[in-house]
Design a protein around this ligand. Structure first.
Ligand code: HEC
Length: 120
């Protein structure tokens, strides 16, 4: 009986472990990512913690995005997938209202690194 309780506890802890999967982006600069977010105007469509103005409502709030399992409700929230999404979301989801953004691969990696600092 005691072992049963212990293993149930272990199972519950595994489910709420938000550190998995790892979302490190090697060599990316989250600080520069925030600067890029300002310069290309992501906040015209998104509420983004760290950006005071504007607070666009066309897209979902990105508060807590680091803890979200999905991108656009249909893709796994992984660094490589997120970078592709930021550069050209319509190539992944033709019906999406998120436009392709004028980002280099390196800028998109920096933006992704910033988004992965946005925990609930
Ligand atoms: C013209 C408005 C617009 C702009 C500009 C825009 N987005 Fe989006 N974005 C959207 C919309 C709308 C969605 C929802 C798309 C969907 O679910 O298919 C979205 C979805 C997302 C998602 C997925 C959110 C989630 O919870 O699934 C991320 C991340 C994101 N955008 C980041 C960015 C970043 C970073 C920029 C700037 C580089 C940006 N967006 C620029 C409209 C925009």
């Amino acid at each position: 009986m005691r072992w049963g309780v212990l293993s149930l506890t272990a199972l519950l802890c595994a489910c709420v472990d938000k550190s998995d999967p790892p979302r490190e982006i090697a060599g990316a600069d989250a600080g520069n990512g925030l600067a890029v977010i300002h310069s290309v105007g992501c906040a015209s469509c998104h509420v983004i913690p760290g950006v005071r103005w504007p607070e666009g409502l066309a897209g979902p709030s990105l508060a807590g995005f680091a803890d979200s399992p999905m991108i656009g409700g249909q893709f796994p929230n992984r660094p490589d997938v997120l970078v592709d999404w930021l550069v050209d979301a319509p190539s992944m989801a033709p019906a999406t209202a998120m436009p392709a953004m004028p980002l280099t691969e390196s800028e998109a990696r920096d933006v992704a690194a910033y988004l992965y600092t946005l925990h609930d």
